[in-house]
Write a protein that binds this ligand. Structure first.
Ligand code: NDP
Ligand code: AKG
Ligand code: MG
Length: 739
């Protein structure tokens, strides 16, 4: 049981974890003055792997399952969790993390790529609990409210970020299937009573195989099933590869192999195979035998070639394939890392807006920007990006100094929709029929399928939908902004949702509010027209568009989704405060290690922390927490006004310097406020000390830049080393200790 005034701060991965080493000591010191305890829980990829094997490790290496603990906490009213971004691991990342842990002395088994014994299957199942988006669905027991705080929009207007110009002869386009895909094959039902469904494969000869028999559903729940026709997908990919070559644009594939951890690595693997057709005809068997799957990407494949009898020939075939095909969009042209190297490298939510911000360009093999064909196989949401691209081609780039905003209210609670489908996704074993059945045998949905088709079922709880509609009305009212439900009446799932939305809107006072329902591409066009006029429009979306829109609009509006306020009001009353809307920015860690400079912008953490204190003040009836929240908000305002985010290049302040400035402004605010005299007195001396030592502290922080930094690990840094690297100012450390 937690104390009433406890905040849980999560230890995650990569850049946010490094930032935590610097920022958490500040938070702990300030919170303690208000009787607020800050506890940490390790939900990093490394921590989750170790927890999954705790029973096989010696006592001194065992770690508890912090994610399970927090998942249970998220269902309780006292939950107050600050969640930093974490790695959603692809198989290559998972393997790299295992190798690092083995090197650190943890006796972990290798990842069994093709398990054949019971023991291997058990090992694989444990590792798979840490794979993909394994954290967010557990903690997100509520719907999502993400927006750019007014101070951030103000900052973007005062200091507009660079936006690449668009020209009307841009050849950039989105390619999507439009038929035979998840969208067009979708079937959807609303179940009328609590039940346990099963998923059954019926082979052509009538043989039935139960693939899953424990799909629990509640009355009123929306249940869908659909499949990707893989033969059609292969034809489509081959056509788009030819099209990119004919149009002389970069070829790139945009999926979500992290969150859609079962389906999308398979689609990615088909893209790899389509790009190198003869390679897999010729060497497929050898690669398979060596445990190399195209789903893991070209990087893993090339890595493995050195140990294969035909390794050189395979590497040559890859080089030839790259030569023959269209120019490939690159993740890192200097290292020759293409878009098809690692399934988790090009994630649709972050990669599409980054391209749109850069004139519709990606990076080519020659290191130059170029137009591209963005291949998004499933057509459920692809039209949104085409709409933005067409708008930029017709009307030019957006102007951050004048553009409006598109905040998001996202349906996310209880693993809603596609993002909760992993345990119900199957690569079809044989030709036949996939059926979703009620417990009395009634067939709810049925699809005729071929081997290799990717079939999945999704669930959306009625309670989640009801809460989402309420949140949308609350936000529309609080911000006096029109709200648009991005729902498509020609799509099966959305039709059921629209009916529920209309019903639940009736539970609320919507007098004077503008609330619309439009299909995604149309809703996007409507919002873009308004955005150019400087007007705001709330996007009320399902879980996938929540993810996409909360990178798309922030990246265009304020340069990065790191500056977002991202709150998850948990259905049972607690609060989950996510920091920003983006990821863990792996390239920032590489920069820290090579030149001791961390570009991570912690604004998202500042906003989350203020929201967390505010929530705690109400829940624990702790007025001092409210003072911390109010002063932190004002300090963040000053921070933005004086532009104290990390500078883009080495030499200026980085993440650590920005934390110092936040600490300085926050101490000044606390010392200067009159709501709580004791707190003012406690912070007075610290404010003076930090103010006087500003130059000294900044010079101590900046002095370390320019040479490599040793943090003792990538996935599991050494705590003491990371602490030394991230807290290099003795003057600041002593001042904090004096509080
Ligand atoms: N909530 C979560 O837990 C999330 C986790 N992820 C995970 O994060 C990893 C990386 O994902 P990826 O899609 O590459 O997305 P990232 O958001 O990590 O990276 C994309 C780019 O966003 C910018 N960026 C993001 N956050 C910050 C920040 N705080 N400060 C400065 N710049 C920032 C940087 O680009 P620029 O140079 O343009 O500023 C960065 O290179 C994956 O493992 C993914 O699964 C992804 C999204 C959310
Ligand atoms: O959980 C993940 O894999 C990523 C989450 C994400 O991108 C988001 O919520 O915006
Ligand atoms: Mg996202």
């Amino acid at each position: 049981m937690l104390r009433m005034s406890t905040i849980i701060y999560t230890h995650t991965d990569e850049a946010p974890l490094l930032a935590t080493y610097s920022f958490l000591p500040i938070i702990e010191a300030y919170a303690a003055q208000a009787g607020v305890e800050v506890e940490t829980r390790d939900i990093s990829l490394a921590g989750r792997i170790l927890a999954a094997f705790a029973d096989r490790l010696p006592a001194d290496q065992q770690v508890p399952d912090a994610l399970a603990e927090l998942g249970a906490l998220a269902e309780r009213p006292e939950a107050n969790i600050i969640k930093l971004p974490n790695i959603s691991a692809s198989v290559p990342q998972l393997k790299a993390a295992i190798t690092e842990l083995q090197q650190q002395g943890f006796d972990l088994p290798d990842y069994p790529e093709s398990p054949s014994t019971d023991e291997d299957r058990e090992t694989r199942a444990r590792y798979d609990t840490a794979k993909g988006s394994a954290v967010n669905p557990v903690l997100r027991q509520g719907n999502s409210d993400r927006r750019a705080p007014a101070a951030v929009k103000g900052y973007a207007k005062k200091y507009p970020h660079r936006m690449g110009a668009w020209s009307s002869d841009s050849k950039t386009a989105v390619a999507t299937m439009g038929k035979d895909d998840f969208r067009s094959n979708e079937l959807s039902v609303v179940v009328d009573a609590d039940d346990t469904l099963s998923i059954v494969h019926v082979a052509a000869d009538g043989t039935e195989t139960v693939l899953k028999d424990d799909v629990k559903v509640l009355a009123g729940e929306v249940v869908d099933s659909t499949y990707m026709d893989v033969a059609a997908l292969r034809r489509f990919l081959t056509e788009q590869i030819a099209r990119a070559k004919a149009e002389d644009v970069l070829f790139s594939v945009h999926l979500k192999a992290t969150m859609m951890k079962v389906s999308d690595p398979i689609l990615f693997g088909h893209a790899v195979q389509a790009f190198f057709p003869t390679l897999f005809d010729q060497y497929g068997e050898q690669l398979r035998a060596a445990g190399i799957s195209p789903n893991d990407g070209l990087g893993a494949l090339l890595n493995a070639t050195k140990d294969l009898p035909d390794g050189e020939a395979i590497a040559a075939a890859v080089a030839q394939g790259l030569e023959d095909g269209p120019r490939m969009a690159m993740v890192d042209d200097r290292k020759g890392i293409t878009n098809l190297h690692v399934p988790s490298d090009v994630i649709i939510d972050a990669s599409m807006p980054a391209m749109i911000r850069t004139s519709g360009h990606m990076w080519g093999p020659d290191g130059q920007e170029a137009d591209c064909l963005a291949v998004i196989p499933d057509s459920s949401y692809a039209g949104v990006y085409q709409t933005v691209i067409s708008d930029c081609q017709a009307n030019g780039a957006y102007d951050p100094a004048t553009m409006g905003s598109v905040p998001n209210v996202g349906l996310m609670a209880k693993a809603a929709e596609e993002y909760g489908s992993h345990d119900k996704t199957f690569e079809v074993p044989a030709a036949g029929r996939m059926e979703l059945r009620a417990s009395d045998g009634t067939v709810l949905t049925a699809h005729e399928v071929q081997p290799g088709d990717v079939w999945r079922a999704c669930q959306t709880k009625d309670e989640s939908i009801r809460d989402w509609v309420k949140l949308a009305v609350t936000r529309a009212r609080a911000s006096d902004t029109p709200a648009v439900f991005w729902l498509d009446e020609t799509r099966a799932h959305d039709t059921n949702l629209i009916e529920k939305v209309r019903t639940y809107l009736g539970d609320h006072d919507t007098d004077g509010l503008t609330i619309e329902v439009m299909a995604p591409a149309e809703a996007c066009a409507y919002s873009l027209e308004r955005i150019r006029r400087g007007e705001d429009t709330i996007s009320v979306t399902g879980n996938v568009l929540r993810d996409y829109n909360t990178d798309l609009f922030p990246i265009l509006e304020v340069g990065t989704s790191a500056k977002m306020l991202s709150v998850v009001p948990l259905i049972n009353g607690g609060g989950l405060f996510e920091t920003g809307a983006g990821g863990s920015a792996p390239k920032h860690v590489q920069q820290l290690v090579s030149e001791n400079y961390l570009r991570w912008d912690s604004l998202g953490e500042f906003f989350a922390l203020a929201a967390s204190f505010e929530h705690l003040a109400g829940y624990a009836d702790n007025p001092r927490a409210q003072v911390l929240a109010d002063t932190l908000d004002r300090a963040t305002g000053t921070f933005l006004d004086r532009d104290k985010s990390p500078t883009r290049k080495i030499g200026g302040i980085d993440n650590r310097g920005s934390h110092f400035y936040l600490a300085l402004y926050w101490a000044q605010e606390l010392a200067g406020q009159s709501d709580d005299a004791e707190l003012a007195a406690a912070f007075g001396p610290l404010a003076e000390r930090l103010t006087a030592a500003e130059d000294q502290i900044v010079s101590e922080l900046n002095a370390v830049q320019g040479s490599p930094a040793d943090i003792g690990g990538y996935f599991r840094p050494d705590g003491e080393k990371a602490d030394r690297v991230m807290r290099p100012s003795a003057t600041l450390n002593e001042a904090l200790a004096s509080l």
